[in-house]
Design a protein around this ligand. Structure first.
Ligand SMILES: [Zn+2]
Length: 279
């Protein structure tokens, strides 16, 4: 989907196998930036490179023109095709210093953050060529300048990207959706990042991993406020239930999910891990 002359959004559907019987349909948005060269932002899951290549070719460009791949953070649905794209095109892969360990060692990532069906989403680590720490202004191509804005919480090195000339803000996974599965790394940081995102006004279109493009300022601020309210509700429930004893590892997680009327499929160790950061 064409967002501006340069920026295109590609929605990638996939599913997460929670148990052998249960799977959770998900999607993630990648960006394809057409300048003199091509930049891909987030690579989807492990077979998503096919969709990305098809999209580029349908726009009468060649995959060999991909010079840069930026990874907004280390999670499997963002880095799944990164190694393949790097091998096929020789592009430079750029990511945040604080995400480096998990991007370059997916086994370490899985050990520390056991996403169900992890290896069906990503099966290869990739080396980063350039590291970001936040605050950088990068010229991707003539007339395409981006600012890197640290928005941690979803993961410790999550960042958002402001496209200056195109007046587009891409928040990747930094902006949680109300009633969606809670998968953040740090509740306090996430709340601070939401306040920061609320204060950014110098853009026209908001893009994220999980929403259609938004240009109405009221809809954008509602999205952020709904996320804040959702986190506040989770915080109250977590503090109520996690201060009680539990018989089994996911008992208290289950009570929080149940109290908020969220789908039982959310009762997994990944969500329990997010809830424990409230305490
Ligand atoms: Zn993520």
């Amino acid at each position: 989907m064409k967002i501006t002359e340069n920026i295109h959004l590609l929605k990638i559907d996939f599913s997460v196998q929670i148990t052998p019987e249960k799977s959770l349909p998900r999607f993630v948005n990648s960006l394809i930036i057409f300048g003199e060269s091509i930049t891909v932002i987030d690579s989807g899951v492990k077979n998503s490179y096919r969709l990305i290549y098809d999209y580029i070719e349908k726009n009468n460009r060649k995959i060999g023109e991909i010079k840069t791949l930026i990874l907004s953070h280390s999670h499997p649905d963002h880095i799944g095709s990164a190694k393949k794209i790097k091998m096929d095109t020789g592009c430079k892969v750029i990511g945040h210093l604080l995400e480096k360990d998990w991007i370059e060692n997916i086994d370490l990532q899985f050990k520390n953050r056991p996403v169900p069906g992890f290896y069906s989403l990503v099966d290869e680590s990739v080396k980063l060529d350039n590291l970001l720490t936040g605050g950088e202004n990068l010229e991707l191509d003539k007339g395409i300048t981006i600012s890197i804005i640290n928005t941690p919480g979803h993961s410790k090195g999550s960042f958002s990207i402001l496209f200056k000339e195109d007046s587009v803000l891409f928040t990747a996974d930094s902006l949680p959706l109300a009633n969606d599965i809670p998968t953040y790394d740090n509740y306090t940081d996430l709340k601070k990042s939401l306040s920061l995102l609320k204060s950014i006004n110098d853009y026209q279109i908001l893009l994220s991993s999980w929403t259609p493009p938004l240009s109405d300022k009221n809809e954008i601020s509602k999205l952020i406020i709904d996320a804040e309210n959702y986190l506040n509700k989770l915080d109250i429930a977590v503090k109520e239930y996690y201060l009680q004893d539990e018989l089994n590892a996911l008992d208290n997680c289950g009570k929080v999910i149940n109290a908020l009327g969220l789908p039982p499929v959310f009762v997994v160790s990944l969500v329990d891990r997010a809830f424990r950061t409230h305490l």
